[in-house]
Design a binder for this molecule. Structure first.
Ligand SMILES: Cc1cc2nc3c(=O)[nH]c(=O)nc-3n(C[C@H](O)[C@H](O)[C@H](O)COP(=O)(O)O)c2cc1C
Length: 223
């Protein structure tokens, strides 16, 4: 008997292998249709939808179950404007001075630039943070184990949940993102991870004509 408390594994749906293959094929097809959107409409999205997507994200596994992710969901117009101003200030620096030419070359097929109107147009911005370290009740720093890996997995689940809810997302990483702590009033032990722009794609939205690598290039089987 283990010396730690346990509960029964929550039940999973019983599937035979034919059903399993159908299910996962449909799910992979569904995820293949996700594309990063940079042209959003202002059509609102109910807060409850965002809450459930965040619940899905927060179900992620995490190092030592420390759940280091923190999410700030912003629909308030004035706060979105401040975030846009902060992001565009960093992006102007990035495109004009900070970015090396090879980075700019890699971005060229995406057609991105320093203007980020979607930060105000889209109904929701979700700022994702992770705890670099915890702060105990006595104010003492607590170590966090694998916070980057954990928040990355949670963010992946969040993007999948938002896509599953029929919403469009943009993963945005203005660099550096310290302005998010300031605007959103988050403590110094929380590191901004990325900013997700969430909503509906604008009518007639187009996305870059880019390809995904074939499975054989990104996956190896040894069986
Ligand atoms: C960590 C990360 C950072 C990204 N940062 C930006 C960004 O700052 N601005 C942007 O327009 N797209 C950004 N993207 C979106 C990528 O350009 C996009 O995922 C990639 O081109 C593939 O396109 P797809 O998402 O439509 O498959 C980022 C994506 C990731 C995963």
């Amino acid at each position: 008997m283990p010396d730690h408390a346990t509960i029964p594994l929550p039940p999973t749906e019983p599937l035979d292998d034919v059903q399993r293959l159908d299910r996962v094929r449909a799910y992979a097809d569904h995820l293949q249709r996700r594309r990063t959107v940079r042209d959003f409409s202002d059509r609102p999205v109910p807060r409850a939808v965002i809450e459930h997507c965040l619940r899905a994200a927060a179900s992620a596994p995490s190092g030592a179950n420390q759940q280091p992710w923190r999410f700030v969901a912003v629909a308030d117009a004035a706060t979105k404007r401040r975030i846009r101003e902060g992001a565009e200030a960093e992006e102007r620096e990035f495109y004009a001075r900070r970015a090396p030419q090879d980075w700019l070359d890699a971005l060229a097929p995406l057609g991105t630039d320093a203007d980020k109107p979607f930060l105000e147009t889209a109904p929701w911005l979700i700022a994702v943070f992770y705890e670099r370290f915890g702060i105990g009740a006595d104010g003492v720093k607590e170590k966090r184990y694998y916070p980057h890996e954990s928040v990355g997995i949670a963010t992946g689940l969040l993007i999948a949940a938002l896509h599953g809810a029929g919403l469009a997302t943009l993963t945005h990483t203005p660099s550096p993102m310290g302005f998010l702590n300031e605007i959103l009033g988050r403590p110094k032990n929380e590191m901004p991870y990325l900013l997700l722009v969430v909503g509906h794609a604008a009518e007639g939205c187009r996305v870059p004509a880019i390809e995904r690598l074939p499975l054989a290039q990104v996956a190896q089987f040894i069986d």
